[in-house]
Design a binder for this molecule. Structure first.
Ligand code: SF4
Length: 383
């Protein structure tokens, strides 16, 4: 299991960084974790333009002029947890709904009709109504219609992740929400999610299961973003070293207004979010950087080409919201960028970049699973 220093220790490391150390980090070919600390520091604020240039150059070299696009499908807003910051918290009196498999397929097909080839299946944590069997059955229905199907649901077992990968799931997103143990305990009032260590171990279980892609992140606004970002950098480094076959992505979800009216204790400004994105890109050249519709159109358009590689578009965060936009089924949070897929695609083209709706084919997954099976078999025989 990964062991992380406390966020207080990380905050001190960051605060001690000097302008000279920022310049060294910018000049480094393969920045270290100490370079990341320098790039996240207050001393780096004076170097934001140089950071933008370097981040853009690395992104263009590694990812070309492309931005991948996806949309979420909310399957259920039922949840057994009480997370103080979330509209789906069991505490909140919102209309609750879990889509049937037919309804979920219909929602996904609406997105398919709009041109999406990559969807993210999202739900609250209610394994009694939406667990492995539901996800597997839905994946089997959808896998021939979409190039990529990701999930963002409750933590599962390694065997369940392997089973979903075999069924056609291509990626799993699992966010720590906060790497600060004290804050984690304070905002997770009750429910299975209260177990910090179990959640921290989940990304490794996903990768161990052979999943093609794994997304990590924390909720921006709960605690000191600089220390959180360094903790995430350490987590990223650990996963990359241990599971080199799994592609990694990082998301930057800033707290948005939601039912329950939670006030962010440590709000993160757009300028700080920008520094964080540039720092992560300079630290890890290969990581996919995801900016969702939580952010406003102006910010997202301004970031095209500077670091992010994937955007959501045309999103709705309420179950059944694509088929019945008028029906109030309880959304998770308010959307910042309301534009359609076509509008976001046009904004990307206006910046001289290409919107990409398909970057994967199921045939790769089949051959990947075959190779994995062969490797496992070889290892077992050798053991
Ligand atoms: S953040 Fe996730 S686990 Fe927590 S209340 Fe919301 S949906 Fe449930």
């Amino acid at each position: 299991m990964i062991e992380l220093p406390s966020t207080q220790t990380l905050a001190k490391r960051i605060a001690s960084k000097t302008a000279q150390q920022v310049e060294n980090a910018l000049a480094s070919v393969r920045p270290s974790i100490e370079d990341l600390a320098a790039l996240l520091s207050p001393a780096a604020e004076e170097y934001i333009e140089q950071m933008a240039e370097k981040s853009a150059e690395i992104t263009a070299r590694r990812f070309g002029r492309t931005i991948q696009l996806y949309a979420p499908v909310y399957l259920s807003n039922l949840c057994s947890n009480r997370c103080a910051y979330c509209g789906f918290s069991a505490d909140n009196s919102i209309p609750r709904r879990t889509l049937t498999l037919d309804e979920a397929e219909e929602e996904a097909m609406i997105l398919h009709g709009r041109g999406f080839n990559h969807i993210l299946l999202v739900s609250g944590e209610a394994p009694g109504v939406l667990g492995f069997e539901y996800l597997k059955a839905l994946t089997l229905r959808l896998k021939n219609r979409f190039a990529a199907i990701s999930i963002e649901v409750q933590p599962l077992t390694t065997e369940e992740y392997a089973g979903l990968f075999a069924a056609g799931i291509t990626a799993v997103a699992i966010y720590q929400e906060t790497y600060d143990r004290k804050t984690y305990d304070q905002v997770h009032l009750s429910g299975p999610k209260k177990d910090y260590d179990f959640r921290l171990e989940t990304p490794a279980r996903v990768a161990q299961a052979g999943m093609r892609e794994l997304g990590i992140g924390f909720l921006l606004g709960l605690s000191d973003w600089r220390a959180e970002s360094l903790a995430m950098g350490l987590h990223l480094q650990f996963l990359r070293k241990k599971f080199w076959r799994t592609a990694l992505t990082v998301s930057f979800p800033r707290l948005r207004p939601a039912e329950g009216n939670f006030i962010a204790p440590a709000p993160v400004s757009e300028k700080e979010l920008t520094q964080m994105i540039f720092a992560l890109r300079i630290f890890d050249h290969d990581v996919g950087l995801v900016v969702s519709t939580r952010e406003h159109a102006r910010f997202r358009d301004g970031m095209i080409g500077l670091g992010p590689t994937r955007y959501s578009a045309g999103s709705c965060t309420a179950p059944g919201g694509y088929g019945n936009p008028q029906e109030n089924t309880g959304e998770q949070f308010a959307i910042g960028d309301q534009r359609s897929l076509d509008e976001v695609s046009q904004a990307i083209r206006n910046k001289g970049h290409d919107p990409v709706l398909k970057d994967w084919d199921a045939v790769f997954q089949k051959s990947g699973a075959r190779n994995q099976k062969t490797e496992t078999g070889t290892k077992q025989q050798a053991a």
